[in-house]
Design a protein around this ligand. Structure first.
Ligand code: GLN
Length: 211
């Protein structure tokens, strides 16, 4: 399983290490050609304005959109969440792929960075230690969005189809459950694509048999 980490700015190596720990091949993605063969993508934390500008400058929005359209999973952490949201309070959106509205740097100055143990039912009973660094939160989520976790009544993890986001940074902990979830989503997608191909194969066989 080959999974990419968008590597124009931000926390890239930690995600690659985490993917490798989960048994995947983690590759940095800087240019269009780096997307070839990817089954999943992580958009890391960093500075969303910088990452957003570089995505446009290097023309990476197109391959990202293509991956999303093909049902391949994309996971945005922190700034990555901001980039995937359809709406950003007071700013123009970037990729705009998820029906979410986010507020940047939303936990206030005095809480620039902190940890919290969160209940994330999709990951099992064990609480997840979430590291927040100048984190955004989601203040609106559309009906197609599955809320995965809240902290102080604010949505901090969510999923919409093949798109997954967290306000916090699992790559800075030892807990690889979010990365495993992403890889599981990628396996589901490739199985579906595989069976669709089988279906085409069968139709072809049927057409050939009817000749
Ligand atoms: N505050 C940053 C932004 O909105 C995100 C911080 C982070 O990714 N750790 O871009």
């Amino acid at each position: 399983m080959k999974a990419g980490v968008l590597a124009v700015q931000g926390a890239v190596t930690e995600h690659i290490k985490m993917l490798e720990k989960c048994g995947a091949q983690g590759v940095p993605v800087k240019r269009g050609q780096d997307f070839s063969g990817l089954e999943a993508l992580i958009i890391p934390g960093g500075e969303s304005t910088t990452i957003g500008k570089l995505i446009r400058k290097f023309g990476l929005d197109r391959p990202i959109n293509e991956m999303a359209a093909e049902g391949k999973p994309i996971y945005g952490t922190c700034a990555g969440l901001v980039l995937l949201a359809e709406e950003i309070e007071g700013e123009d959106p970037y990729l705009g792929l998820m029906n979410l509205r986010v507020l940047r740097n939303a936990f206030g100055r005095q809480r620039e960075s902190f940890e919290a143990a969160l209940e994330v039912p999709i990951l099992g009973e064990e609480p997840f230690t979430a590291v927040f660094i100048r984190a955004p939160y989601i203040n609106f989520a559309g009906p197609e969005v599955e809320v995965l976790c809240r902290f102080q009544d604010r949505i901090v993890a969510a999923r919409q189809g093949n798109l997954l986001v967290t306000s916090f940074h699992p790559e800075l902990t030892e807990d690889d459950r979010f990365h495993r979830l992403l890889l599981e989503m990628a396996r589901d997608t490739s199985q579906k694509t595989g069976s669709k191909q089988d279906l085409q194969g069968n139709k072809k066989a049927a057409a050939a048999a009817n000749k």
